[in-house]
Design a protein around this ligand. Sequence first.
Ligand code: PFF
Length: 447
Amino acid sequence: MKSGDQWKSKIGFIMAAAGSAIGLGAVWKLPYVTGTNGGGAFFFMFLVFTLILGTTLILAEFIIGRKTQKPPIPAYKSIAPHTPWYLVGVLGIVTSCLILSFYAVVGGWIFTYFIRSLTGRLTEPVSGSYETLFSSIISNPWEVGLAHVTFMLITILVVQGGIQKGIERVSSIMMPALFVIFIILVIRSLTLEGAAEGISFFLRPDFSAINRETILYALGQAFFSLSLGVSIMVTYSSYLDKRENLIRSATSIVGLSVLISLLSGLAIFPGVFAFNLEPNEGPSLIFTVLPAVFSEMALGSVFLSLFLLLLLFATLTSAFSLLEIVVSSIVYRFPNKRKIAAWGSGIVIYVLGIPSSLSFGLLADWLLFGKNFFDATDFLVSNILLPLGALLIAIFVPRKLSNPDMKEELLRGSSANEIFFKGWLFILRFIVPLAIIAAFLNVLGIW
Ligand code: PFF
């Protein structure tokens, strides 16, 4: 392995992996899904799934990556030669391209909102409500198109810089900045009059809203939020030093991701209630409700710009990981071709995203299974490809690696013992597949 192709420090790895995990899932999806699905009861389930099933799977991906020190396809091939298991790597790469194709569109919306907030074109909607402003922005092919290109360009430029000089360096600036901005926003939000009502909406459990759908939704959200099932954590851990303690790294990443999900709810809901807005706005919550919340506050435009910057950082660090999995696979075959790999795959993914970017305007009538292109891609990825990838990984690891091999990789440098190993293996072997199969049957309408 070339020098510079490994994380320089453990903290750099944690920042990059937490950066991959923390993104639209934690900051954008979780608040509105929680808001519409039973508040604290939903959040509690999400927490349990993330801590138990999420940590188990992230460790399984770490074991594959760190043991083989290779990108996904060669990693699966070297553990299970002459078998079709390498297709799990292929699936991960395809899924990543699809995710990034629409993820970059939302990244573009955030970018355009951020620029508008800086230039004062967001706090005073010209025509009526923020809803109108949002739909006029996302249906304007030039504005979203330009923003989409810019978002992809930033992602390509960072990923072409490599692991140490690109992803690690930028994530090590963006992630701490994101935490600081979050803390400022939460303090502002919690000191608003009426904040208590928002907190109670977010965290007071309403168990009557819990049903099979919401349970499975919480499961999907937990996996999406930790970037699991795509072999991204295989890729990132392949650049990790053999001596690093995997359990400690995994718990730090999961802990940071949960913390941000919590802070996100605390930053958003108090304002929504303080200004009498609708908490269950759905996906447009941050684009239509938050600008209204901030416009009511003293220094609101500054806080809004800060929030959008935070969201942009969160989205970018996730996008880096989605592109890196593709680039790492190309660079493995063609060493020294990182630049071409980053530009080539970045451009292909950008083109793949164009129909998603036009899904709310020019191509709004272009429906697949009753959904526009953007929603159809999101559905395919979140409900089918991601859980499928996670299921296959949960089956692959205990089948193809011997117990001593798994144990050696998992426990190296850690004080965890045999009991931890057995518990982890049990959850991986039985609980994770059961939970995912239940989710599948539900998506297919069989259960
Ligand atoms: N974890 C990211 C988020 O929550 O926004 C999204 C994501 C990134 C999902 C990478 C899957 C993935 F492979």
